[in-house]
Write a protein that binds this ligand. Structure first.
Ligand SMILES: Nc1nc2c(c(=O)[nH]1)N[C@H]1C(S)=C(S)[C@@H](COP(=O)(O)O)O[C@H]1N2
Ligand SMILES: [Mo]
Length: 535
């Protein structure tokens, strides 16, 4: 093989005084580039999607696609070391491909093309993961970009030697025409690349370890047994209508809203809550301090202010925790204070009226959700839950600090961005069935949905067909003022296209307004409607 490479690393066949890169420098360039792909990929994955680690996700996909016979053979041969063998095999393949990429890159950027192709293959493998989202493509993408840049930079800086026509490039000849200085410079660049790769991988590991530590801590966390359990859910609370939202929302389908790009990694040992500001005495609570107190369990429906009319940013769970009123009483809130500014481990803040926490409603510092520890994405190890207020002014997850202050002194995260300082939940109702733009048969049909007006309660729900009269729907038994209510309405559907509309009346007798309003600044209003074709 004969190399004709210009000093920029690109071949110029017509160039006189042909120069070439030795195989060692080329292989080292390829290996360094591959290391950078993996290192950067690992770090980006740890930051945004831990399960998208290019190396591990590819390994997992390989395992998933290993024929059963080979898998059994591997387990039989290597026992519990089967994973190590897999990683060694993957490593060997990677080294071979990296060296190939480096050697190819000497003539034309074919090595870069090879790396890009491999990145696509790894990307496809990563996207095979069962929990894959669009974010899973990002680590390998950024890793590949960094790796290809590394390869280009190293190849253009690799020492060259004269390659007289007809003389093969070989080990013995490599470096003949290179000065020690240029060789040292190249090794410096290669070392830089390896340090970058190792540093990224180590940083990724560190971040990943922290996330794993929290997962392990969460698994060990024993939710306190409440002294006062939530009232039992009365029969009939869940009318048996397919497609109707259940009274209790499971943790894994509970809506999630927060500003966290990466979930805060807070173990219960690291957690502390500081209550300070306009108080008689500042308090600091560890999780052990908290767990020694009597816990209660309350069913509370949470809603996001960003929920559109008919939207699903609402969910109902039982929360196990400690009345915030007791904690505030212990600190002694000064009479001129009117706001509790809560801060999360990641710097989010919410401003809650002191009154909403002390007027007797079930405002909790929660550590349990539906009988389990709070899932990390819902605030592990502790969060606030306040009936009747939108989440952005009350439901701080990963809460670590309560500052007692005043609305004329402090502003919270969303208030600074144009949302209202106060966020009482507005009366709302939603049609779940029949589905939007569905086609149904004429005759008896059950229309059903949910309605909520937390801490005021739902007194009535009515349904209107086209421009007809409002008809009362059947309400499921009321669990409490702080939870949503399922409703059903029997309709004798005539053929044609019809619009169903719903409205609720809250416990104070106020009918849900038909006036349309955007979520900004304090919650959407308007009536949910659904058009169906009957026939
Ligand atoms: N730390 C933190 N807590 C937060 C938020 C946030 O962005 N960061 N968002 C709030 C908003 S807007 C809502 S609606 C609720 C949602 O709680 P969930 O994700 O458990 O449903 O959390 C609240 N608590
Ligand atoms: Mo929200």
């Amino acid at each position: 093989m004969q190399d004709t490479t210009s000093s920029t690393g690109f071949p110029r066949p017509d160039q006189q005084g042909r120069r070439t890169i030795g195989w060692f420098a080329a292989a080292l360039s390829g290996l360094s580039a591959a290391a950078v792909v993996l290192g950067v990929g690992e770090l980006v994955a740890a930051l945004i999607a831990p399960d998208a680690s290019p190396f591990l996700a590819t390994g997992a996909t390989v395992v998933d696609h290993t024929p059963q016979a080979l898998r059994e053979f591997a387990i039989e041969q290597f026992g519990t070391r089967d994973k190590l063998v897999l990683f060694l095999c993957m490593g060997a393949v990677m080294v071979a491909l990296a060296v190939t990429a480096g050697l190819l890159e000497r003539r034309r950027p074919y090595g870069s093309v090879l790396l890009a192709g491999l990145a696509v293959a790894v990307g496809i493998a990563v996207m095979q993961r069962p929990d894959a989202t669009a974010a899973f493509a990002v680590p390998i993408l950024l890793g590949a970009v960094a790796g290809i840049l590394t390869l280009r930079i190293l190849i253009t800086r690799a020492p060259r030697r004269a390659a007289p026509e007809g003389e093969p490039t070989g080990e013995a000849a490599a470096g003949e025409d290179t000065t020690d200085a240029s060789r040292r410079r190249f090794l410096g660049w290669a070392a830089g690349a390896v340090v970058l790769a190792a540093g990224s991988a180590a940083a990724g590991r560190w971040v990943g370890e922290r996330a794993r530590a929290v997962t392990a801590d969460l698994r060990r966390f024993v939710v306190p047994r409440p002294q006062v359990a939530a009232a039992p859910v009365p029969p009939g609370t869940d009318p048996p209508v397919p497609g109707l939202t259940a009274f209790r929302t499971p943790n894994d389908t509970f809506y999630r809203i927060d500003t966290a790009l990466r979930l805060p990694a807070l173990t219960s040992d690291d957690w502390q809550l500081r209550i300070h500001g306009m108080v008689e005495r500042e308090i600091r609570l560890t999780m052990d301090d908290l767990l020694r107190r009597p816990a209660v369990e309350k069913m509370i429906t949470l809603t996001c202010v960003s929920n559109e009319v008919g939207g699903d940013l609402v969910g109902n769970a039982s929360w196990i925790g400690y009345p915030l009123a007791d904690l505030l009483a212990e600190a002694g809130v000064r009479p001129d204070a009117d706001m509790v500014l809560s801060t999360s481990a990641d710097g989010f803040t919410a401003g809650t009226p002191v009154a909403a926490l002390t007027d007797g409603r079930d405002a909790l510092l929660a550590v349990g959700m539906n009988g389990e520890p709070l899932p990390v994405e819902h605030g592990y190890p502790a969060r606030m839950v306040v009936p009747g207020l939108y989440g952005y002014v009350s439901a701080t997850k990963w809460v670590v600090d309560l500052e007692i202050t005043r609305f004329d002194r402090a502003q919270a995260y969303w208030t600074r961005r144009g949302w209202s300082a106060f966020g009482p939940i507005k009366t709302a109702s939603r049609i779940d069935v029949p589905p939007a733009f569905g086609r149904i048969a004429p005759g008896p049909v059950v229309v059903a949905g949910v309605a909520w007006a937390q801490h005021r309660g739902i007194a009535a729900v009515e349904v209107q067909v086209d421009d007809g009269p409002w008809r009362p729907a059947d309400l499921a038994p009321e669990y409490s003022l702080d939870t949503w209510r399922q409703w059903t309405w029997r309709w004798d559907a005539p053929p044609g296209s019809h619009t169903l509309r719903v409205r609720a009346t809250d416990g104070a007798g106020r009918v849900q307004t038909e006036e349309r309003a955007d979520p900004v600044p304090d919650g959407a209003t308007g009536r949910h409607s659904r058009t169906v074709t009957v026939g």
